[in-house]
Design a protein around this ligand. Structure first.
Ligand code: GSH
Length: 113
């Protein structure tokens, strides 16, 4: 299995975290598509990479993702509070560092080896 925790949290729910969780595990904010769909999907790509690298993370569904901004639905206020932006995917590291582009996240994952 993967190193992923089962602690999925809806970002708009009352218990959504504001960043990395208390245990120092990074928090990954993804769109509603999560890690389904084609490998080209950024939220899937970063989760595949995290799993392959054996890096544990907490997944938060941050919103209904869509490349066209006006087609996105729902508030992303919790994502903005946690990451300073509304882009998905975004990874918040234990030290509070925010990685907001899938390429940046993939670079960080590759550097953990
Ligand atoms: N170039 C960005 C694209 C990210 C992207 O397209 N994310 C999807 C969700 S996986 C999306 O719909 N983004 C717009 C959004 O945040 O709704 C990346 O690779 O991180």
């Amino acid at each position: 299995m993967s190193g992923q925790t089962e602690q999925e949290t809806q970002a708009q729910g009352a218990d959504a975290g504001a960043g990395a969780d208390a245990g120092g595990i990074p928090t990954l904010y993804v769109c509603h598509g999560d890690d389904q769909g084609p490998r080209v999907h950024p939220c899937k790509r970063v989760q595949d990479a995290l799993r392959e690298a054996g890096i544990e993370y907490t997944r938060v569904t941050g919103g209904h993702g869509h490349p066209i901004s006006f087609l996105r639905r729902g508030s992303r206020e919790r994502v903005r509070q946690a990451t300073g932006d509304v882009k998905l995917p975004a990874l918040v590291l234990a030290d509070g560092t925010v990685l907001t582009h899938s390429k940046e996240i993939l670079r960080w994952v590759a550097a953990q080896g």
